[in-house]
Design a protein around this ligand. Structure first.
Ligand SMILES: [Fe+2]
Ligand SMILES: [Fe+2]
Length: 301
């Protein structure tokens, strides 16, 4: 029948799959995207104000439960609850309490933008992982511990979300680091280390060009240390963002507990002792303590 289209279960036009969620574009028109999104348990997401005040966003929950955070006021939402936004002034934040699936209708072509940025950044992360097999899923593991630490420290949902993206993409700048340096089995020369030191700023510059530009400062600071001995800027204590300090701890722990080209993995307790030795000089004591509590709770220490 002309003008009529039928779609069977599982059909879609395009799909974005990230480790935190799956987004299907079901149908589109000039100015309307109809999408189905599944966000996985414990992941964070938000509704962001559109530049055009006439744009309508509409979300209808099909399965699962989410917590909505409006300036600290929390509301649980479940199947058949729905919400909409038009002329939104500030972002609204959500946490998936279970895997949650909802229908999402937007009167602006948002899928294309999300798809382009997400595909770009993630394909770069994958390229970095291919260059250095020891970093395979490193971003993902750092993210998991960084979010657990941030929750222990009671960071707001908004900051959790930024941290989530920044942790996953923190080593993106290694896309520019030569493979021979990343995989060198021996000690790096001074010149080689200078090249390694460029990756935080390179990563920040890459995200600046995307919809993820707000996490650029976190990425740039993930190798800064409290006493100013870090890089690229040698920032000290309070000059370093809390999010970057959290990534520093989660990153160091993961790097030590995984095999590297030049050595075998260290046991978790050894890595923790090392973090504690440098607590207060390199790492924020509060953050090191939070990670220790988490690892003990999980029986890893
Ligand atoms: Fe790094
Ligand atoms: Fe890293």
């Amino acid at each position: 029948m002309e003008g009529f289209k039928l779609f069977k279960n599982g059909s879609f036009v395009e799909k974005i799959h990230e480790y935190s969620n799956q987004l299907f574009l079901l149908e589109r028109n000039d100015n309307v995207d109809i999408m189905l999104q599944t966000v996985y348990k414990d992941k964070l997401f938000y509704l962001y104000p559109s530049e055009d005040p006439k744009v309508l966003e509409f979300i209808y929950i099909l399965r699962g439960e989410i917590e909505c955070d409006q300036d600290g006021q929390k509301t649980m939402l479940g199947p058949n609850d729905y919400y909409s936004a038009r002329g939104l002034k500030d972002p609204v934040y959500f946490i998936a309490k279970t895997d949650v699936t909802y229908l999402w209708i937007s009167t602006e072509p948002i899928f294309q933008q999300l798809s382009a940025d997400s595909a770009n950044l993630r394909s770069m992360v994958r390229k970095v992982e291919q260059k250095d097999p020891y970093t395979f899923r490193h971003g993902e593991r750092v993210t998991i511990n960084a979010i657990k630490i941030a929750k222990k420290l009671n960071l707001s949902t908004e900051r959790l979300l930024d941290l989530d993206h920044a942790s996953e993409l923190h080593d993106l700048g290694k896309i520019n680091t030569p493979i021979e340096i990343l995989n060198k089995p021996g000690k790096l020369t001074k010149e080689e280390f200078e090249i390694i030191k460029k990756h935080p700023s390179d990563g920040a510059n890459i995200v600046l060009e995307t919809t993820y530009n707000y996490i650029a400062p976190i990425i740039e600071q993930h190798h800064e240390r409290l006493d100013g001995s870090g890089y690229p800027r040698g920032l000290k204590g309070h000059e370093i963002l809390l999010e970057a300090k959290i990534i520093a701890v989660a990153d160091t722990f993961d790097a030590m507990t995984e095999d590297r080209a030049y050595r075998k993995a260290f046991p978790p307790q050894f890595a923790m002792d090392e973090l504690k030795r440098l607590s207060g000089t390199h790492y924020e004591p509060e953050i090191v303590d939070a990670l220790e509590i988490i690892l003990k709770e999980e029986g890893i220490l």
